[in-house]
Design a protein around this ligand. Structure first.
Ligand code: PGA
Ligand code: ZN
Length: 431
């Protein structure tokens, strides 16, 4: 059945950092509504689609009136009457209307809000959940969640150099159980921090604010939290790191301020190899900076058989970069963030490129989020086996975890859980 776009309206709403964000409503001729909110990064890669921000004095220059006007003016006009189920065709119109490589004319925040809202409207018009609309009858797998316990880097004013200290629960039997285990680890970590006099609130994504004297101290405490909660490290609950090395590394130098070290790429890899040897780490994101392809290659060749090697700032959800990374063996997994590209079709292309090359993927939220739960539906509907959302507190994060619980329930007895699937080939996990 055809469902044509009748109207598109955008407005300014507010994100989890109290900053302006673009929300778009797409309404079909039959009255179906699709709604989505654009997220926003803080540790952004230089190759990302650009948010359109107004500049000036108000809200630190972060206002989005220009992006809202893009939607209400040219985008609404160009898409009126379009078939809402034709995501690729609609995204092509957005790309052509913008005409820049980085979506800087309309704003990546304008285009991604509309692109996601179109998908929601198409699903609503057919009366099915978005994950089902995207994946059809074959969909049955819930992704392995990566959940932050300590937040550092750009999300904690550089209090630690490493950005995300996360846990994964490859040994859990279901998504719901992975959340139960994570809740216990989070609680145990809070108890250990309190006992050590290091409990000092939370960082941008809701993980504990890291009052540690070194990056490694966080790894020690996280491992103890896993054990105190009663889980077997590696097998049941393991550590996943987002080094976000572009934040402290450039031109081949890596300055770990908290550790007082200034390293070249080989030195940085040595530090990470030491941590991987001493702690139950199964995944490392952006171990080197976005400008250090040879560093990525060296890391992957030395440690890729041990741990999952993830490209975020390094790949910026770009299908072409994913293909190069696979050919050059620079990493084995792509972080998939819809607003790094600005349309769902381009985002999906990065995942398809990864799949074709035998690489893995992780659908990911941003540090600036909202109640929007689209990414959960993308992970399930597209069959991406991992999902990264931030911590296990604060409603912009919990909205996603809770949505995944509902999806698992809707799938009922046919529901499967990705579990250890992403790590099966990795020596660290089998250790
Ligand atoms: P960002 O952080 O949204 O600030 O980029 C998330 C990440 O680096 O994975
Ligand atoms: Zn990252």
């Amino acid at each position: 059945m055809t469902h044509r776009i009748d109207s598109i309206v955008a407005r300014r709403v507010w994100d989890s950092r109290g900053r302006p964000a673009v929300e778009a409503d797409v309404v079909t001729s039959g009255g179906a509504l699709g709604r989505a909110i654009a997220p926003a990064g803080a540790s952004t890669g230089s190759g990302e689609a650009l948010d359109r921000r107004d500049g000036g004095a108000e809200f630190g220059g972060m206002d989005v009136q220009g992006a809202v006007a893009s939607v209400n003016g040219p985008i609404a006009q160009a898409l009126r009457g379009a078939e809402v189920g034709d995501q690729a065709g609609i995204d092509r119109i957005l790309i052509e209307l913008d005409g820049t490589a980085e979506k800087s004319k309309l704003g990546g925040n304008a285009t991604i809000a509309v692109s996601m809202a179109v998908a929601h409207a198409a699903a609503a018009a057919e009366g099915v959940p978005l994950w089902r609309w995207l994946g059809g009858d074959a969909v049955d797998t819930l992704p392995l969640p990566e959940i932050q316990i300590f937040g550092g880097g750009a999300h904690a004013a550089g209090r630690l150099d490493i950005q995300d200290f996360m846990v994964v629960c490859p040994g859990a039997a279901s998504f719901a159980q992975a959340l139960e285990w994570t809740a216990e680890v989070y609680r145990a970590a809070g108890g250990l921090m309190k006992d050590a006099g290091k409990l000092a609130g939370v960082a941008d994504e809701g993980g504990f604010w890291p009052l540690f004297d070194s990056n490694e101290e966080a790894l020690g405490m996280l491992t103890r939290a896993i054990e105190r909660a009663g889980y077997r490290p590696y097998e049941q609950v393991a550590i996943s790191l987002d080094v976000a090395a572009s934040q402290f590394g450039k031109d081949g130098r890596y300055r770990l301020a908290r550790d007082g070290s200034d390293l070249d790429a080989a030195g940085m890899i040595e530090v990470l190899a030491g941590w991987i040897g001493r702690y139950p780490i199964v995944s490392v994101e952006d171990p080197l900076a976005e400008d250090d392809a040879t560093g990525f290659q060296a890391f992957a060749s030395r440690l890729g058989g041990q741990v999952q090697v993830v490209g975020d700032d390094f790949l910026v959800t770009d299908a072409a970069r994913v293909k190069t990374a696979a050919a050059e063996k620079q990493c084995d997994t792509v972080l998939v963030k819809p607003n790094q590209r600005g349309t769902l079709t381009e985002t999906r292309a990065a995942w398809e490129a990864a799949k074709a090359a035998g690489m893995g993927a992780i659908v990911s939220a941003r540090s600036g989020e909202s109640e929007d739960t689209t990414i959960v539906h993308l992970a399930v509907g597209w069959g991406v086996p991992q999902l990264k959302v931030g911590s296990f507190t604060r409603s912009e994060r919990m909205a996603k975890w809770n949505e995944a619980i509902r999806v698992e329930e809707q799938l009922g007895r046919s529901a499967r859980f990705a579990g250890a699937l992403p790590y099966r080939s990795k020596a660290a996990y089998r250790a």
